[in-house]
Design a protein around this ligand. Structure first.
Ligand code: CA
Ligand code: CA
Ligand code: CA
Ligand code: CA
Length: 500
């Protein structure tokens, strides 16, 4: 255990009581306390002479917006912020990336992008570019992915959706060069009568098979591909049909059909994700299909269609290359290690929705969630049965309406090269199952700490860059006001399962 040294606050805590058949996990735990309730947090790698920082954003009771940066040390986070400032109400979103040679924190305002100048703690205009975010608001400053290298030249570029279309400014040696506005507009949708704009999902892959990544959106079962050329993305798109049996209409009618209370037999599919699963850099498509034969007789399945080399670009077989089934309703199919170049394991989370399950849920105020891990292979691409199963409980309160969603995360927390499974146990602690190749070691590790009711506030990320995944724990409204100013940091550490 480490002790307090200088002004570095380290609250190394030993988790929980030793239970039979379990041992204590090892994390180095510390806590940051912000002066206002925290709205979002992010690890910024490469800041502070390469060591990195944790960014916190928050708002006071009078809606003043605050940001703070806390430097990351090897085995702790400095409890004193290097930057702690208010930002103007115009600031709506943040992102981070490289401007020139320097890692920078960027903010989106109604007029464009500003950059934080750390020495003077001021915001300097970087690029004038309008987006669909035209007015300042009291809303939280949260993360938006608007700064990324879209043309693979090693320089981060600006991508913003505006009402006229998609605006891209490519970073060059001399600054940002705005490109022709691409005809990718946000869609006007309605949520309970209130209009809002839905930004299109953008897919960056080499659709035309010339070795350069293009930009595509999906519309009416087609990829509309804006090819990358010498002078940037082409202004007009190439239409590439996706020969998979999915709804002909736009994707949103899927939800209407699934939710529709007319419970006649149906089978309806939509595209859920586009990602490279097998590591060949071609975009693969995951569809979700709902099969219904009555109100309490529904199940879903995901199907994987691998992208293949075709004569006119990427093509797909109508028969799926793999299926991730369930005997219930799948709430998510997560892709593990999405940023890696290798093949991706998949995690399906689902619950059963039968009449019996519904009655049990109402009495016990809880629903069992099945977590199923499918390891990628070659033949078959994914096994017919999951490689590993675990169960967690989602609890809800009919009186307060709070739903406790447990966090389920995979990551290599002890740094032995095997990915481990972390399951949230209510608000009291974490359970870790250490990975062992494609399997998991028997026995569970426990770590007691105060967790949020909403497990989505628990993030797994390598905070200190030691190749061990760490855990960032935020708190929400359901956790009480005094918790909302805190961010808990659990740094991963070598661990052993008790051999008993
Ligand atoms: Ca670039
Ligand atoms: Ca692929
Ligand atoms: Ca591990
Ligand atoms: Ca780490």
């Amino acid at each position: 255990m480490r002790a307090r040294c200088g002004d570095i606050v380290l609250q190394s805590l030993v988790g929980g009581l030793l239970c039979a058949g379990t041992a204590n996990a090892q994390f180095i735990e510390s806590e940051l306390e912000f002066n206002v309730p925290i709205d979002s947090h992010r690890v910024l790698r490469g800041f502070e002479d390469g060591r990195g920082s944790i960014l916190l954003t928050g708002r006071s009771k009078t809606s003043e917006k605050y940001i703070a940066l806390y430097p990351i040390l090897n085995d702790s986070v400095h409890a004193t912020a290097t930057i702690d400032m208010t930002v103007p109400a115009e600031v709506l979103f943040f992102d981070a990336g490289r401007v020139g040679d320097e890692m920078s924190l960027l903010f989106l305002t109604p007029s464009g992008i500003s950059r934080l100048e750390p020495e003077s703690a001021t915001l300097l205009p970087l690029a004038d570019m309008p987006s669909i975010f035209r007015t300042p608001s009291n809303a939280a400053v949260t993360e938006l992915d608007f700064f990324m290298d879209v043309n693979q030249d090693g320089r981060d570029d600006i991508v913003l959706t505006d009402f006229d279309g998609l605006r891209i400014a490519l970073q060059s040696e001399d600054g940002f060069v705005q490109q022709n506005v691409l005809n990718i507009r946000p869609e006007l949708r309605f949520n309970q009568g209130a209009p809002y704009y839905q930004v299109q999902d953008l897919h960056y892959f080499d659709f035309t098979l010339d070795g350069k990544k293009d930009l595509a959106i999906i519309r009416d079962n087609r990829f509309l591909v804006f090819e990358y050329t010498e002078s940037g993305f082409a202004s007009s798109s190439i239409s590439m049909p996706i020969d998979i049996e999915i709804l002909d209409e736009a994707n949103e009618s899927y939800d209407d059909q699934v939710v529709d209370i007319d419970q006649s037999d149906f089978r309806v599919s939509r595209i859920d994700k586009v990602a490279d699963l097998d590591g060949d850099e071609l975009p693969d498509i995951m569809t979700i299909t709902t099969v219904s034969s009555g109100l309490f007789n529904k199940h879903t399945e995901y199907n994987v269609h691998l992208g293949r080399n075709g004569s006119d670009g990427v093509r797909y077989e109508s028969i799926a290359d793999a299926q991730i089934p369930s005997d219930g309703i799948q709430v998510a199919l997560s892709i593990l290690g999405e940023d890696d170049d290798t093949g991706k394991d998949l995690v399906s989370t689902s619950f059963r929705l039968g009449f019996g399950e519904l009655i049990t849920a109402l009495f016990s105020r809880s629903i069992k969630i099945n977590v199923e891990l499918y390891r990628i292979g070659t033949e078959p691409l994914y096994p017919a049965k999951p490689d590993y199963r675990a169960k967690v409980k989602l609890r809800f309160s009919l009186s307060t309406g709070f739903v406790n969603v447990p966090a389920v995360r995979f990551g290599d927390f002890d740094g032995d090269g095997n990915s481990d499974l972390m399951l949230q146990q209510d608000v009291e602690g974490l359970e870790i199952r250490l990975g062992d190749g494609r399997d998991f070691k028997s026995g569970k590790l426990k770590w007691s700490t105060t967790l949020p009711r909403d497990g989505t506030l628990i993030k797994v990320v390598d905070v200190n860059g030691d190749e061990r995944q760490d855990v960032l724990v935020g708190y929400g409204r359901g956790d009480g006001d005094e918790m909302r100013t805190r961010l808990r940091i659990l740094l991963g550490h070598p661990m052993e399962v008790d051999a008993r």
